[in-house]
Design a protein around this ligand. Structure first.
Ligand SMILES: [Zn+2]
Ligand SMILES: [Zn+2]
Length: 298
């Protein structure tokens, strides 16, 4: 009996000792909230109390959407704007807006340059007899758009004229050659390898560029940035950097939310060139409706 009491006392003492070791006098437990999307904001619905900050938890509890999609509100990554041709394009950021100003002069070769220009080449793709008249001349294109564009309640159709500005500085047009006149194979056969030609307002692109050695800048069956459209969303090539392949989750505008080579892992909404022939074996840059609110390209 004596032996048993002693053992019990020993056990109690040991338990007390272990308990008091565990119990740091300076420890004040606080509540930590799960931050599964890593944006520094915690989920108010998932918490635990601890003295030290647990892995994946933060003290903030204001994340209304902790699934990662909240990071879409961060908008276009500024690094994407480094892709623009600085000889033609000036980019300026102002609070929550970005302004792209371009003289419209692309930094690649074309038979649409004046033959005295150093970028002039004989046609490599264009059917010379179907080339539109005129030579590339400077113009003025200015687009101001939100840096974090949002999808609008309704989609918007695009119109004649510039619907976006490509990284080369030349404007992006849609799938029309005139008021309600769709681009035809005849007209497209006069386009240069860049997928562009001359119009009354100047040189512009309609199509994805061609796979020719002369093409060193423009997106061709890859994940390069093509430009920015008038609703402020960026347009990338047919492939997405997030998977290195053709995206399979595109909406009817060719858009989806994912990271790109410019976003450091952050997901944001952007368009892709839709990977299908539009007319003949030509692939259109953007022949669908805009998901955002169009801004005028002046
Ligand atoms: Zn045109
Ligand atoms: Zn993508």
């Amino acid at each position: 009996m004596k032996y048993l009491t002693f053992s019990l006392l020993l056990l109690l003492g040991a338990t007390f000792l272990i308990a008091s070791c565990d119990d740091d006098d300076d420890c004040v437990e606080t509540t930590w909230y799960q931050d599964s999307d890593g944006d520094g904001l915690g989920n108010p619905d998932v918490s635990q109390s601890a003295c030290e900050q647990p892995e994946g938890y933060v003290s903030d509890n204001t994340d209304t959407d902790d699934t990662g999609s909240s990071s879409t509100s961060s908008g276009n990554p500024k690094a994407a704007f480094d892709e623009f041709n600085t000889d033609a394009v000036t980019i300026s950021f102002d609070d929550d807006e970005v302004t792209i100003e371009s003289n419209g002069l692309p930094n690649h070769t074309s038979p649409y340059w004046s033959s005295t220009n150093s970028l002039y080449i004989d046609p490599v793709i264009a059917n010379a007899s179907r080339m539109s008249p005129g030579t590339i001349r400077s113009g003025s294109y200015t687009l101001t758009a939100p840096l974090a564009p949002q999808k609008a309640a309704n989609t918007s159709s695009t119109g004649l004229g510039a619907i976006g500005i490509a990284i080369t500085g030349a404007p992006i047009f849609n799938d029309e050659e005139g008021p309600n006149v769709a681009l035809s194979e005849n007209v497209a056969s006069g386009f240069d390898y860049a997928g562009g030609h001359m119009g009354p307002s100047g040189y512009h692109y309609h199509l994805e560029s061609s796979d020719v050695p002369e093409n060193t800048i423009l997106s061709q069956n890859d994940e390069k940035l093509v430009g920015i459209l008038q609703d402020g969303f960026l347009l990338y090539g047919r492939k997405c950097n997030a998977t290195g392949d053709y995206p399979t989750d595109l909406d009817e505008s060719g858009g989806h939310t994912s990271a790109t080579q410019h976003s450091d892992g952050e997901e944001f909404y952007h368009y892709h060139i839709i990977n299908e022939y539009y007319i003949g074996d030509y692939i259109i840059l953007f022949g669908v409706d805009l998901q955002g609110t169009p801004n005028t390209i002046m």
